[in-house]
Design a protein around this ligand. Structure first.
Ligand SMILES: [Zn+2]
Length: 406
């Protein structure tokens, strides 16, 4: 008897399982018919959806996340405007001109939630879309964690850049112990003009940009610009790696350290920058290390002196105290330490103490070299003149851009 009841119960359950899909169908379930996205680099992403139900669809939302380095996963939510009906087609365009652009190769994950008047609710599965610059046929070359993308020039062009990148990483590791943690992408456009076509609000002198949160560098390098390009990539790559090493939600690096490491890793200070430094030593117009902890002056002369001093400060710390101390400094900064706190802990002096010691160091260096002041050139030529206007070596030349929801 018990056995018979058990079999009946099982049969009843099975029939429910088999029947339930057709039951749901009969109720006119809310359904997403189609979902798509169109990429129009660099301007926009257009998301499209069609859905139907037996009753009016009342609410459509698009959710998205951008793959980048952050401390908390941020999800964007968009209430899509549409006229309620049983069958709807809705779309929403992410206009990068309003939010700031994303670099090529960035990845966006999105999904929809749809509701109807009967409290029906559907959530689609997340879909990844690549925001690629499909206007060019990119080739790629990967070594370790770095990928170089290019479309103009032979394989040897990319190999030469990759060699320079690897050498820069070796130098950086030898001098500071810093190393690449996250995959780095370097997009090489065939000219400055092509690059500007990939940016939302390009300045006419923009030579490149570093998107630190995305570990992505974009740069325009024509074949005749290769030596400039290699140096500029080294500079920006160093920013990316140092950013990866020290990322924390509390505090940035002092600007002199960030820029100084990037300058130092480029190689010897160029004569033009040395001239600015020597003149400031001779005229006693050096900028204080404390001032250089904040973003640099945008004015040409002060800006160049700021970079030159930053180089010299990093050179002083590495030459006098070594690589392990520099790595320790970066590690303490990665915990969100204050500027004075980090310096005191590692070196036993704060920002003002560094200022005093470093002034002695550069004064001695200056006297030993018996330097004469080199006349200031009228035009800086560190960067090639790309579009006729005079390029300047400021942080905005290679703007560090944190677009979208930064
Ligand atoms: Zn820089």
């Amino acid at each position: 008897m018990i056995k018979k009841a058990g079999i009946l119960a099982l049969a009843f359950c099975l029939s429910l399982v088999i029947l339930s899909p057709s039951l749901a169908q009969a109720q006119g379930e809310l359904r997403v018919l189609d979902s798509s996205v169109e990429v129009e680099f660099p301007l926009q992403l257009s998301f499209n959806l069609s859905a139907e139900s037996d009753v009016s669809i009342t609410d459509i939302r698009l959710h998205y996340t951008v793959d980048r380095q952050s401390f908390a996963q941020v999800t964007g939510e968009v209430y899509v405007e549409f006229v309620p009906a049983a069958t709807v087609e809705a779309s929403w365009t992410w206009d990068m001109k309003k939010t700031g652009g994303l670099p090529p190769g960035s990845s966006v994950e999105y999904w929809w939630t749809v509701k109807d008047a009967n409290d029906g609710r559907v959530e689609t599965s997340p879909v990844q879309v690549q925001f690629d610059d499909n206007r060019y046929s990119w080739q790629s070359l990967t070594k370790g964690k770095v990928t170089v993308y290019w479309y103009e020039g032979e394989q040897s062009f990319a190999e030469e850049i990759m060699l320079s990148v690897q050498q820069a990483l070796v130098r950086l590791a030898e001098d500071t112990g810093a190393y690449v943690k996250e995959a780095v992408k370097i997009y090489i456009y065939g000219s400055a003009q092509d690059l500007r076509g990939a940016m939302i609000y390009p300045q006419e002198w923009t030579g490149g940009a570093a998107f630190t949160r995305y570990s992505t560098i974009v740069i325009g390098i024509a074949p005749y610009n290769l030596s400039w390009g290699k140096r500029a990539i080294t500079h920006e790559l160093t920013h990316l790696v140092i950013h990866q090493m020290t990322l924390n939600p509390y505090n940035d690096l002092p600007t002199w350290l960030d820029e100084g490491l990037a300058m130092y890793n480029e190689g010897e200070l160029s004569p033009t920058f040395t001239a600015y430094l020597n003149r400031a030593i001779a005229e006693d117009t050096l900028i204080s290390v404390r001032s250089l902890s904040s973003p640099f002056s945008a004015y040409g002369k002060q800006s160049r002196l700021s970079y030159a001093e930053s180089y010299s400060l990093v050179e002083f710390l590495i030459n006098s105290y070594g690589r392990d101390k520099m790595l320790e400094l970066l590690n303490i900064f990665s915990e969100g330490s204050s500027y004075d706190g980090a310096l005191s802990k590692v070196y036993g002096f704060d920002t003002d103490g560094l200022d005093t010691l470093w002034r002695d160091y550069v004064a001695k260096q200056y006297q030993e070299a018996g330097t004469t002041i080199v006349a200031m050139p009228h035009h800086m030529t560190l960067f090639p003149v790309i579009v006729g206007s005079l390029p300047t070596y400021t942080s905005s030349m290679f703007s560090v851009t944190c677009p979208a929801t930064a």
